[in-house]
Design a binder for this molecule. Structure first.
Ligand code: ADP
Length: 447
């Protein structure tokens, strides 16, 4: 029994508050009842007593009128009119008539005329039927009922909250164990928002988990191709299939190229893994055009080898950035542009501005990118051309590194491309006012 009561003890803050409110309401109800009842009681008694006084007075007058010597007979006569009221008649202080009281008196009144005195007492019609203890019992039952109602409400609310919290706790355990597909029911109470946030979190974890698995599968696939090629050519060298000097040189050359692709892939993977950790950056004022000229100088030999003319930007344009990160971004964009541009084509760099931003555009007269591919080119390992159609080189991670680095610097990369005519990739960074002497000659925004 005690254990059952203990289980009903309100545990949550909300249930305790509900209980306190219930008790306060019950107390207020009882006090109001008591005040009301005693007020009504007092009023009705005073009215009854006024009526009794008038009646007693008229009886006393009548007895006096009939003569005090006939007082007893007159009193018996008057007895008919007082019904069940207690009726006592005194003459000179002596009782000459009285009747037996039927029940407790509720109100009483006296009247005197000469030597005659009349006492009338009205019995309480509710006496014995609605005594004080009945009233108290009714109040007590009401109180218990009210308390039980509030208790049931509090326990109900508590049970609902406990059920929601325990469902959340179970789901959190499941997430800890690596199950990201769990969702909790969303209720319409305070825990509803928590449940919604929890479901959003597990949905994000689930999609991140799926993306990570897909990425790992893609990386494994990427590694398999060059490793298989290296194995094949090494085998040819070993078993003498590559018999002539020419074949052997070709095999060695293939092995070198594939190994270089592997090295590039591993380097880009390392860089992406590092960027996923959100490394801290401290952007400093830098000249974007200087960075563009340096990048052009680094890649001039590649452009020459491909027969593409590569033009550095002119002037200067200040921005807030990290020179190393900006160099990586520009190297990636220029390498892509050279790779996509056929012999005899052009790649040129130029400044771009927008409110609060400074940009550097890398434009080429290359193959361009079909519009249906544009939304995906910044995804990891996404390539517009696949397999054998694809020009050599490129890990498929370059643009995702570019976008991560730009975001890290508080900037972005935009692209405009027309298939068959060329593309323009623009790196945008937060602008920084230049000293007047160094103000750049700015071009128009290219995105
Ligand atoms: P990759 O290492 O293959 O170049 P990226 O992530 O750098 O990978 O680029 C993704 C894809 O976007 C490339 O495979 C290429 O098809 C396309 N791309 C990038 N830059 C250009 C460009 N300037 N012109 C045409 N296509 C481009």
């Amino acid at each position: 029994m005690i254990r059952a009561l203990r289980r009903l003890r309100p545990r949550s803050f909300q249930a305790r508050v509900a209980l306190a409110i219930g008790v306060a309401l019950a107390v207020a109800f009882v006090v109001a009842q008591l005040v009301f009842v005693s007020f009504i009681d007092a009023r009705s008694r005073s009215e009854v007593e006024a009526a009794l006084r008038e009646q007693a007075d008229s009886i006393a007058r009548q007895i006096e009128r009939n003569g005090v010597e006939n007082a007893a007979a007159s009193s018996r006569e008057a007895q008919r009119y007082v019904g069940d009221a207690r009726f006592v008649v005194y003459v000179s202080g002596l009782v000459v008539h009285w009747n037996r009281p039927v029940s407790e008196a509720q109100a009483s009144a006296r009247a005197q005329r000469g030597e005659v005195e009349v006492l009338l007492q009205r019995p309480d019609p509710a006496a014995g039927l609605f005594t004080d203890w009945v009233f108290v019992a009714l109040i007590a039952v009401g109180l218990v009922g009210l308390g039980a109602l509030v208790w049931a409400l509090a326990v109900g609310v508590g049970a609902r909250l406990r059920a929601s919290v325990s469902s959340l706790a179970d789901s959190a355990e499941a997430v800890t164990a690596g199950r990201f597909d769990v969702r909790v029911p969303v209720t319409d109470d305070e825990l509803g928002r928590l449940a919604q946030a929890f479901n959003r979190m597990t949905a994000r974890l689930e999609s991140a988990d799926v993306r990570q698995r897909e990425f790992l599968a893609d990386v494994a696939h990427e590694l398999r191709t060059p490793v298989t090629a290296i194995e094949g050519f090494a085998q040819a060298l070993e078993d003498g299939t590559a018999a002539s000097d020419e074949d052997r040189r070709e095999s060695a050359e293939f092995i070198r190229v594939e190994a270089a692709r592997l090295r590039e892939l591993v380097r880009d993977l390392q860089q992406l893994t590092w960027l996923d950790l959100d490394p801290p950056v401290a952007p400093v004022p830098m000249d974007l055009m200087d960075a563009g000229r340096e990048a052009v100088a680094r890649l001039a030999a590649d452009a020459r080898a491909k027969g593409v003319s590569l033009h550095p930007p002119e002037g200067s344009l200040s921005a807030l950035g990290d020179p190393d990160h900006v160099a990586t971004i520009l190297s990636n964009l220029i390498s892509n542009a050279i790779r996509a541009t056929p012999r005899g084509g052009f790649v040129h760099l130029s400044p771009a501005t927008a409110p609060g931003q400074s940009g550097i555009a890398v434009s080429d007269t290359g193959t361009g990118i079909p519009p249906e591919h544009l939304p995906y080119i910044f995804d990891r390992l996404y390539r517009v051309q696949s397999g054998r159609d694809r020009p050599a080189g490129g890990s498929g991670l370059g643009l995702s590194i570019v976008r991560r680095l730009a975001t890290l610097l508080g900037g972005r990369v935009t692209v405009v491309s027309t298939p068959g005519q060329g593309s323009t990739f623009t790196l945008w960074l937060p602008a920084r006012a230049l000293a007047p002497a160094r103000r750049a000659r700015v071009g128009s925004g290219l995105d």
